[in-house]
Structures are given as structure tokens and as C-alpha cells.
Write a protein that binds this ligand. Sequence first.
Ligand code: NAD
Length: 496
Amino acid sequence: MPTHATIEVPNFGKVEVPTGLFIDNEWVESLSKETFSTVNPATGKPFLDFAHAKKEDVDRAVKSSRKAFKTVWGNNVAATERAALLNKFADLIERDAAKIGALESLNSGKGVRIAREFDVGDSIAALRYYAGLADKSHGQTLNHFGGEKFVYTLHQPIGVCGQIIPWNYPLMMWAWKVGPALAAGCTVVMKPSELTPLTALVMCDLAKEAGIPAGVINTLPGLGATTGDAISRHMDIDKVAFTGSVITGRRISVAAAESNLKKVTLELGGKSPSIIFDSADVEQAASWVAMGIWFNSGQDCTASSRLYVQEGIYDQFINALASKAKACAIGQPSDEATSFGPLISEGQRDKVLNYIESGRSEGARVVTGGQKWDKSNGGFWVEPTILADTTIDMKVVQEEIFGPVIVASKFKTEEEVIELANNTSYGLAASVFTNDAKQQTKLAHSIDAGTIWLNQYGILHPSVPFGGFKTSGIGRELGTYGLEAYQQVKAVHQNL
Ligand code: NAD
């Protein structure tokens, strides 16, 4: 199978794109010659076939990454030099932002403007943030031992890192992983999602053009059970960083433990509550919650998927949110105005529709949406949906739907809603809308979640740590914590 293919990209005409494995700065086929297929979520038609990396390909990539780590990266290169290369890389992504955005939109179904401005824009920002942080990570000197004894600590890169990412933000999840790893001096074996491998592969040519040495970023499209498992079990990979579902996170943890006990960080699912008190500005809060649940068509780990509204404004708030649902810019991904595209796959679409049916049968009230978009043709759209009057025992309240469905119920008191918010196995994010500053603090400190938004939703920045409590994950990405996740600390005892 050739390592490249030519596709028609809206506004760009025919574009040649990579479909092979990127190992040691070269495009190669899988040794097995196996491939897998992807589907265009807006049409349901075949999109592209990609090389399927198997265990022996993972071995090749790890060898290349290990060699790079020992010779041209890691401790051999000044952090300022790694930073300069990361900045150059970010400049090249910025140069090609329009085309990369169009490719991301085509593969994932998100609106082309959102893909360009948000997904590509935030990926550039993450690389630049970590370029800036690369030479600002220092050890300590401890000299309290008396005489000439002292201890100093070194921050050293962990080594070769496997990185396994999902399909909902293919490029942004790539940047959140590659930026800190390279800044810390690690080398990478990256596996994008089998549903959306395209932009991670497009990045490889830009990395090479930026001058990032061979072996620093190897990229292997492939399936979870084969490529992903081979990475998680590899005896010469020092760490695996994963973003995806809880079930896969558990499997990766087990594989890492059963092999060489490699380090693991996990960014997993969520069922994030939004809590609206009577004192909140209804219109503003409804706008934030609508963005929180319907951005990326609800396929967001921090989606505002549970709504608790204080009884005094419950009906008013549900009506305001329903108006926002009707105003969502549903459309074709290639349309600049579209903010609400199709779901990623037929399977995901059916899963979401089944959840809506389950909610309905358990007694939830479908306020708006609840079905396929009537202009879907072969694509996988589900309308923005509100399920109201839900109760804690319903499946739609307990499980992550990962689609454009928000479940809503009313509450009376602060204590009651804290209890409700924490009544979940997840702990990724939460938001609270109230004009009472004391209440904001109390709720922020009481809810078990890695991110709390007060009177807002969904704001992220590369400098702000991100990660989950409970089953939503282990470790943190972004910020200085995100860099430390790719370092280990060595204590050197000196006795002159
Ligand atoms: P997924 O777990 O099915 O797949 C994620 C990745 O893991 C893919 O690359 C897949 O190929 C790989 N994989 C699957 N099985 C594997 C195995 N046995 N060993 C190794 N790798 C394997 O998740 P998804 O459907 O792609 O993404 C949706 C999930 O991701 C949701 O639960 C969502 O909440 C979560 N998510 C979390 C965050 C976060 O930062 N917390 C961000 C985005 C998505």
C-alpha cells in the first residue's frame, strides 16, 4: 500500500496526504502490509485507508525513538535548542493552519472554522507554551547537612513515551501530548485514533521541516487492540500517556503494570455537572451551558452533560437552554458558519440515540432534539437534546453519553446539590453559576473535580493544569504539571 493518497479538500482542491507510518523521519508501509479504513462522518462514505502498525512496527518505532533519545535529544540537547525547534514547528503549523483545519474538519466532521481557529489555534498555543517552559524547569540544592555535604536534584526526561489519543480533538490532544514531551526531552511513539489519524500524520512532515531530528516523533496509525496494546506492553517504552475512555484506561494501566511497570498518565471520561442557583443570570448561564454541552457536538470529555437548576428558576432556565439548542449552527463541516457537525461514526450516533431512548423509557422528558438531524443524509448528526426531569438512578444520568445530550433536574438546597454533583464515578470538571461569592467558594472547594468553572464554562489554557479526580484520570496535563509528567527527579548526594 502506498504511503500517501490524494484527496479532494474543500477550498484546496486535490491535496496529497500521508497515510503510512512515520518512523525515523521516513514514510514507510506496515511490515504486514495491513491497512484499516476510515469514514467521512458527514457523508457516511469511505474516506481514506491507512497503514496499520502491528507489533513489529511498534518495535521499529521504539528502536528509532530510543536511539534519538540517547543521541540527538534528551540530555544531549540544551532545553533552549528544543524550545527553538518547538517554536519553529509551531510557526510551520501556523503557516499551514488553513489547510490543516480543513483536513481536521474533513476527518472529524467539525466545522471548518472551529477546526482552524480552535483546534489548530490551541494546538499552536500549546506548543509555544511548552517551548517557553522548556528551560524554566530546575532542580533544587539542599545544603542543610553540615560540612561540605550537599544534595542536588536533577529534572531528567523520562525517556521514550508512548502516546495514545482519541478522536474528539485529534490535533489538540496530539499537541497536549507532544508539546510537553518534547520540551522535557522525551521522544515519542504516537498513536492517533483509528477514526482520525490524518492530522497527526500531517504533523510529521512539518516536524521534519522544522528540523526536529529523526526518531523524536514516530507516528503509528493503527487500532487500539493491536497498535495501542503493543505500545502499552512494550518493554522499552518508559511511559504511556493516554487520553480516552475509562475502559481503555484500565486496560492500558494493566498492560503497563504487567510489562515493565512503565509510568502511566490517564485523561479519561467525565459526566460534568453544571449547577445553576436562583441568583444566577439565567440568560448568561444558559449561553455558557449551551456552549459547554453542544461545543464539538457534545463529544467532549468535559461536556456539561448534567444540569442541576435551583427550583425557583428551573422552568425559566430549561426554556432559555432550549432556545439556545434551537439556535445551534448545525450544518456541513465545510461551511464556515457551522459549529455543530456530525458525530464521529455511525456507532457513536447509534449509541447516543440509544441513550436518548433509554432516558425516554425511564421517564425523562425530551424538551428538544432527541433524534437524527433531518438533513443528515448519510452523515451522523444527532440534534442538540435536552432530557429534563431526570432522576439520579437513570442510566442517562450515571453514564457518559459523549454526545449532544444534557440531562436536567431541579434541586432545593446547597447541601443537596453538592451531594448530587458528587454522586458519580467521574470527576473531570464542574461549573457553578451564582452571584454569591461565598457560595462560589464553598461549591468550588466541595465538588470532586479537577476543574471548576465559576460563572463560565469550558475555558482552557495551556498554562492551566487539566485532569481528573476519581475515574476521570491519573495525573495532570498542561501547565508546569504537564511538563513534570514527562520528567523524573534524581537526587545526587555530594560529599566533597
Ligand atoms: P477510546 O478509549 O476508545 O480510544 C482512545 C484511544 O485508545 C484510541 O487511539 C484507541 O485506538 C486506543 N485504544 C483502544 N483500545 C486500546 C487498548 N486495548 N490498548 C491501547 N490503546 C487502545 O476512546 P475514544 O472513543 O477515542 O474517545 C472517547 C473517550 O475519550 C471518552 O470517554 C472521553 O471522555 C475521553 N476523553 C477524555 C479526555 C480527557 O482529557 N480527559 C479528552 C478527550 C476524550
